[in-house]
Design a protein around this ligand. Sequence first.
Ligand code: F6R
Length: 235
Amino acid sequence: MKIISVAHYDALSQAAADHIAAQIILKPNCVLGLATGSSPVGAYRRLVERGLDFSQVRSVNLDEYVGLGPDHDQSYAWFMRKNLFDHVNIDQSNTHIPSGLAGEEECARYDELIRALGGIDMQLLGLGVNGHIGFNEPDEVFCKGTHKVALTESTIQANKRFFARLEDVPASAYTMGVGDILQAKRVLMVASGTSKAQAIRDAFAGPITPKVPASILQLHPDFTLIADEEALSLL
Ligand code: F6R
């Protein structure tokens, strides 16, 4: 694995945008695996500012809440449009996110879609404070393909501020599995701030275990972590 240490979040965003831009320039019709959350927002903003040509790019997102349609302002589909897709010349029909409104057959469909696209050229990841990647939470086993996960009570509680009623808060999500992520040709993780320091230490300076899902990235042949000094402070 390669670790790129930067001073702060803005430098991290620039560096991540450099990597993604290089991927698009090298292969204009590449398949980008994309993430939501606060970590990649700066990189998306930098990519938009560069005016790159996304016209042939295909994308697959990591995850989506079960029960939320693409027009719900808490859905990951909405997040991606607001933070990236609405601001670049990507063909929206080439952007793919698990459908939160579909039944569990969505999982097999999504894995088949990734295969049909020829696999992921570059997968962008954030890192959960508990070491999760996508919605692959600490577990007894690694889950290979796209699957449905029950959200933890703490996630549901944290999300309830975004919804009018507690019963509207999604209780589950569809997520790519660690197998899908590991099969990407390149994996790029961005992590910022002291809240990620312990997870980085556990994932990359400890044993490979499903109790720290990101630790499996130690086995990936082309994995780059871009992190700021705070996030790397325990490594
Ligand atoms: C997002 C995702 C999550 C986040 C992780 C970090 O699609 O799958 O694994 O990457 O929870 O979130 P932030 O970046 O908000 O700290």
